[in-house]
Design a protein around this ligand. Structure first.
Ligand code: MTE
Length: 330
């Protein structure tokens, strides 16, 4: 279990609020894993400036509940110009008011109003399975120690809606390299928190909680796959999966699991939450593919959530140059 820390004021550094001995131990622990804290030295930087800037969602800007008291220094992160589909950004308020987070409610527009009791600090992530040293990571320490960058990705939900969003985070491969999985680890499995007292949808439904997902190791190591800690230049608001989630932009949105507490490296393909519920509708691979209809609807087009425009869906959501090589049989 993580150390219990009374939630600090936004401005206080972790050093100010954590007993010195605990603070030093955690530093040592992360250093042993090769987390250097380089990002702290770099500080934050603004984006390239040429792309359209999205309005910052008030719910994000006003948040005093950051999972990491040091986050303020890291956002907005430098924008990586390689990842910019040159499409208008979805309005932040729209993206933050139309969420799939079944732990809270099935009503997309209501998620942001149901997350009030969700506690995101302190937050730890347990890493186990086929890995050299099973560890428990403290989110704040992890975020402090990783170099954050902003990438604009297209995001396509299996329900045939889409958005274009600036995510902040780092490549999952960077974390995996530090965790040192064993050579027989062929898959990675993620699990979300399990707290029905904080998430009303968990208490009122019979879904097989907690939410769980998985990727092949080569998918996890692909440079597109991100650990995401922020959106629109701010730490992730709760409805988007605070404090950390995965984004896999060439797969349907349900693969991008939110609010992760557990990561396991495993030898065999894991079951996933949605596959367990309906394997013919939500198979493990779930790459965006306009030619393969969902059993109940076409995937040929998608509705852009803020404009309502209907546009053609692209194979791999437009990311074929990065990932087509992973799927030689398509
Ligand atoms: N992760 C968890 N834990 N619970 C969920 O219900 N929904 C998934 C995915 N990750 C979900 C989840 C689905 S279906 C989608 S489309 C995206 O989150 C939505 O992400 P967003 O709300 O940030 O747009």
């Amino acid at each position: 279990m993580p150390n219990i820390i009374v939630r600090p004021d936004w401005q206080l550094s972790e050093k100010d609020i954590t007993p010195e001995s605990i603070y030093q131990n955690r530093r040592l622990f992360l250093k042993q894993l090769g987390f250097t804290g380089a990002a702290l030295i770099g500080g934050s930087a603004t984006g390239c400036g040429k792309e359209p800037e999205a309005k910052v969602a008030p719910s994000v800007a006003a948040s005093k509940e950051a999972a990491n008291p040091n986050s303020g220094r890291k956002y907005p992160a430098r924008r990586n110009p390689e990842f910019n589909p040159k499409l208008p950004l979805t309005d932040a308020e729209v993206a933050g008011s139309y969420n799939n987070f079944y732990e809270f409610t099935l009503v997309k527009e209501a998620v942001k109003n149901k997350v009030g009791k969700f506690i995101i600090s302190p937050w730890s992530i347990q890493v186990g399975g086929l890995v050299e040293k099973p560890v428990t990571l403290d989110f704040a320490e992890l975020e402090d120690s990783m170099p954050l960058e902003e990438r604009i990705y297209r995001f396509r939900c299996v329900e045939a809606w889409s958005m274009v969003v600036p995510w902040t985070g780092f490549p999952l491969s960077m974390l995996i390299d530090k965790l040192k999985p064993k050579s027989d680890a062929k898959f990675i499995r993620f699990e979300t928190f399990n707290k029905p007292d904080q998430a009303p949808g968990m208490a009122s439904s019979n879904y097989p909680w907690p939410y769980f997902e998985g990727l092949r190791m080569d998918e996890a190591m692909n440079p597109l796959t991100m650990v995401v800690t922020g959106i629109y230049g701010k730490p992730l608001p709760k409805q988007h999966g605070a404090p950390l989630r995965i984004i896999v932009p060439w797969k349907y949105g349900y693969k991008s699991i939110k609010s992760i507490v557990k990561i396991d490296f495993i030898a065999n393909q894991p079951k996933t939450f949605w596959e367990t519920l309906a394997s013919d509708e939500y198979p493990f691979e779930s790459n965006v593919n306009p030619a393969v209809s969902h059993p109940r609807w076409s995937q040929a087009t998608e509705k852009v959530i803020d404009t309502g425009d209907r546009v053609r869906t692209q194979l791999y959501n437009g990311y074929g140059s990065y990932v087509a090589k992973l799927y030689p049989k398509v």
